[in-house]
Ligand binder design. Sequence first.
Ligand SMILES: NC(=O)c1ccc[n+]([C@@H]2O[C@H](COP(=O)([O-])OP(=O)(O)OC[C@H]3O[C@@H](n4cnc5c(N)ncnc54)[C@H](O)[C@@H]3O)[C@@H](O)[C@H]2O)c1
Length: 417
Amino acid sequence: MQQLRVLIVGCGNIAGGFDAERPASAPPLTHAGAYWRHGGFRLVACVEPDAARREAFMQRWLIEKGYPTIEAAAVAGPYDVVSLCSPTALHSAHIAAILSLHPRLLFCEKPVTASGAETAAAVEVCAAAGVKMAVNHNRRWAPDIVRLKRELQAGAQGKGGPWGAVRSAIGIYNKGILNNGSHLVDLVQMLLGPLELIAAGPPLFDHWKDDPTVPALLQTRQGVPVTLNAAHAGDYAVFELQLLTERGMIAMEDGGAGWRVRRIVASPHFKGYAVLDSGQRTSGEYHASTLAAVGNVHDALTRGVPLASTGETALAAQRLCERIGQRALGRDGAAASAHRAVAPDFEPTTSPATLAGAFASTRSPALLPTLNEVHVPRRSAAAPDMRPDTEPETRPEPQPEPQPDPQADTQPETQPA
Ligand SMILES: NC(=O)c1ccc[n+]([C@@H]2O[C@H](COP(=O)([O-])OP(=O)(O)OC[C@H]3O[C@@H](n4cnc5c(N)ncnc54)[C@H](O)[C@@H]3O)[C@@H](O)[C@H]2O)c1
């Protein structure tokens, strides 16, 4: 097998630390662990300013050379692949420095940079330099998620498959709309296609001071509603996705380490009703994703295979996460001005007509929100056009203002009267 020369920048947890004390037989969760396990890479050098950490990393992963800066690592080049695993705030400057080493591929940790504008610039300069970019939204490489995507596509194209059509998606996450929410948004966009933001809920500052966890309502181009639900990172880590489909419910649990599938059965209590069974839990293949990722990196450079997770897919997720954050923070003047200092490129995107139309396509009139229930940014003379991020292929007509239905809360449709 062709041996590709690798430089790792930043020698912390995702670079190798998470694997440092795991048994050699365990599936690798890190860049260094996966490169070693694959066998088609040679770890030539690493960059880490902390001398003790650099030395320990070199010893653990048998790396020949270590340097305190990217510039100093030039002497051990050229490199085929550079893994960027330094803190996110440094990524923008580090990508510029890495490009001066002329690698063939940059395997970048997410988020690519701290803002959509910087990520867009990074994607552009890598493309201009002819450097491929893979981004570690690792679920894009998990074998079970890749299979699920094919099955859902069959359903969306009316070709049946095990699930039929997707009715809605429910994501649960914490620890920041950019840091972890971008994984969730990217996963849903991978499975269901581009998303449009409809409304954002109140920001929850559960871990990062500049990256709140935000609940949000979105929809796919086909009008499938997607909700992002916030948990508090101080309670526990959670990352889950439920898909309600025509033929049952699929739930990714424990970040993808497990799945629960609930199939349709006849109700044991109400004659003539179809309900979901209590479900079956199976193991997931999330832990195979990092090895599959470096396999894809190797194939991209040796056989021209397309990358499953790219700068473009990551940028699409990051831009949407920024819009969600901006929409949430726009409700609070103080928070909004603090946020603007961090990321000045947020733009409001959804018009009142889109909001009413989007809800009308998927919800019964009794559940339609009034426009004052959702935040609609004020349009000023200087403000750019407020248009949706994506154009639905068929946009539903705006509906008249709904009247509240006093029966709505007391008549669940799934129970006999
Ligand atoms: N894909 C995922 O699921 C996932 C999981 C964890 C972390 N990450 C991302 O990986 C990146 C690193 O996170 P981490 O948890 O490994 O952090 P970490 O703090 O464990 O590691 C970062 C390392 O970079 C080093 N560093 C600091 N300044 C540097 C410099 N100038 N040059 C080179 N190295 C420098 C630090 O000393 C540290 O060893 C972040 O962007 C994070 O968002 C992604």
